[in-house]
Design a binder for this molecule. Structure first.
Ligand code: ZN
Length: 224
């Protein structure tokens, strides 16, 4: 009688377990998630441009433990970690910077509630420094691998002259003519648009000037 009961139970459970396995989502590496486009990959970082149309969800994807994000659009998104509930909608603002650090990779998915397309620049940090470098300017956010600096420049305004000891990324949040001047006075001007980025793999002392007629925003992400 006892044997019969156990057999019946395992027969009853088998189809349930099989169905669960068939629908369980399998996370993809972040670089393979279709809304993420890799712009640059080197020994230090993977730089990605992420674009999620209104109403769409990413696949579950896995990020490195240390990562950064620079928002380019105004929208509401939800975040959902694997096997957890979806968060309530969170507002995003152009120029918002988040720098997160963890001991474990993060697996989650993102849902753009809208309105409009959700645009963001994602940076995965691949190595932590042996010893920390000195900050170049006021720190807007940091994790174990890097610091973020945020420059908001009125028309005609110039940032303080500052020195980067370590490789860094310059990311435009708004469209404007950006003038960069080095310590020796040499300068060049470039029209940038939201999400444009430039990797600088050298020590640089420079200032950033907004040559345009409306407020400009720029974010620098510097390795520690
Ligand atoms: Zn700088």
């Amino acid at each position: 009688m006892k044997t019969w009961t156990i057999c019946a139970l395992s027969i009853a459970l088998t189809p349930f377990v099989a169905t669960q396995n068939a629908v369980a989502p399998v996370p993809v590496p972040v670089e393979e998630e279709p809304h993420h486009r890799v712009l640059l990959k080197n020994d230090w970082i993977v730089l990605m441009r992420v674009s999620i149309p209104e109403g769409e969800r990413t696949l579950y994807h896995t990020h490195a433990p240390d990562r950064g994000a620079v928002e380019l659009s105004k929208a509401f998104v939800t975040l959902q970690k694997m096997n957890e509930f979806e968060s309530s909608p969170l507002p995003t603002q152009p120029g918002d910077v988040s720098m997160t650090s963890g001991d474990q990779p993060l697996t989650h998915r993102v849902h753009n509630v809208g309105p409009g397309t959700f645009e963001v620049v994602d940076i995965e940090f691949l190595r932590r420094p042996q010893e920390a470098s000195k900050a170049a300017a006021a720190v807007a956010g940091e994790n174990s691998s890097a610091r973020a600096y945020k420059w908001t420049l009125a028309p005609g305004a110039t940032s303080a002259m500052h020195a980067h000891e370590r490789p860094h990324l310059i990311i435009a949040v708004t469209a404007f003519p950006l003038k960069m001047t080095a310590a020796d006075g040499q300068s060049f001007t470039r029209e940038v648009k939201p999400g444009d980025s430039h990797w600088v793999d050298a020590k640089v002392t420079h200032s950033l000037r907004n040559e345009g007629s409306s407020e400009a925003q720029i974010v620098e992400i510097e390795l520690k």
